[in-house]
Design a protein around this ligand. Structure first.
Ligand code: GLU
Length: 301
């Protein structure tokens, strides 16, 4: 496995087309596109890594996996009243479908759906309490207390996130947001600004590989459902392509991270800040494809 990770890192380091770093969140625009790190937490407890795997990065939309886990724990199936579970086939921040479908987002991983999930777990709490619960969940899952929110990134998105504001207000207009949009958005921008290294992220995803010895954060039935959502919706309008190329459930973020689960075998995290046209890490996707090919890991047999 170490040899595979070293080879993947070498290939990534040499790549000339690295995709484009997200610039719509100004604080993320300055991240070095040459960065590349990969980490694998195996079912037997070993953690292997290569490249910049210990450098923290902005997990952005990967946080949606943790908020979904918390929301399902809190609301159970009631969550699905306000958000669907179908792939959207649309860009991560699209408003088109939301209007057509009367303010009920397609799934918990597009921005509108994630804002609705955050709104659901915020109900009855202050944003600070909700974010505290999220950090506790992630730190427990990773077995590492040194995981934090980068306030500058959160503020940067808060100052510029007009599309997300539009989505939140639109849902509120349809009665599908319980809290004031500003409160929900504040919590959402901060959850996206959680920082982790690839090693920490791989460790935090162990609960989804459902191996003996992995932290048990949610029930086995729920693990399967979260993995199903990641497979169908984890890469926005490139989710089908990711399933075809990698064959494992995964969730990407515009910070360039991807968390992938090989059920029963491993939790894998990769980071390369340059994104492809659909807003997923370009070299990160290629690295996961490479890893799946070399290990033969796939949920499809
Ligand atoms: N905070 C980002 C946004 O809401 C998350 C998007 C992503 O990581 O894909 O635009």
């Amino acid at each position: 496995m170490q040899a595979i990770l070293d080879r993947i890192t070498e290939t990534a380091r040499a790549a000339t087309d690295r995709g484009k770093v997200a610039t719509y969140i100004p604080e993320l625009a300055g991240v070095d596109p040459q960065r590349f790190g990969i980490a694998v937490a195996l079912a037997d407890g070993q953690v292997l890594h290569a490249g910049d795997a210990q450098v923290p990065f902005s997990i952005q939309s990967i946080s949606k996996v943790f908020t979904l886990a918390i929301a399902l724990g809190r609301l159970g199936d009631r969550l699905w009243k306000g958000v669907g579970r179908e792939p959207s086939g649309q860009a991560f921040n699209s408003i088109l479908q939301l209007e057509h479908e009367h303010g009920r987002p397609r799934n918990p991983f597009i921005n509108a759906g994630a804002i609705a999930v955050t709104d659901a777990i915020l109900a009855g709490h202050k944003p600070r309490e909700m974010l505290g619960e999220l950090l506790r969940f992630i730190r427990t899952a990773a077995g590492d207390d040194d995981i934090h929110i980068n306030d500058a990134v959160a503020r940067s998105e808060q100052a510029t996130g007009h599309r997300n504001m539009a989505l939140a207000h639109f849902m509120r207009a349809h009665g599908n947001l319980a809290n004031a949009p500003e409160l929900t958005l504040g919590a959402y921008f901060h959850q996206c600004a959680v920082e982790m290294s690839a090693v920490q992220l791989a460790l935090s995803g162990r609960f989804l590989m459902a191996a003996p010895g992995a932290p048990r954060m949610v029930s086995p039935a729920r693990v399967r459902r979260i993995n199903a959502m990641m497979m169908m919706c984890g890469h926005y309008d490139a989710s089908g392509d990711f399933a075809y190329r990698v064959g494992l459930p995964g969730k990407s973020g515009v910070g360039g991270g991807i968390l992938v689960v090989a059920p029963g075998r491993a939790s894998i995290a990769v980071w390369s800040p340059g994104l492809n046209a659909q807003g997923n890490s370009k070299l990160g996707t290629e690295a996961m494809e490479h890893l799946a090919r070399e290990t033969g890991w796939s949920v499809f047999g």
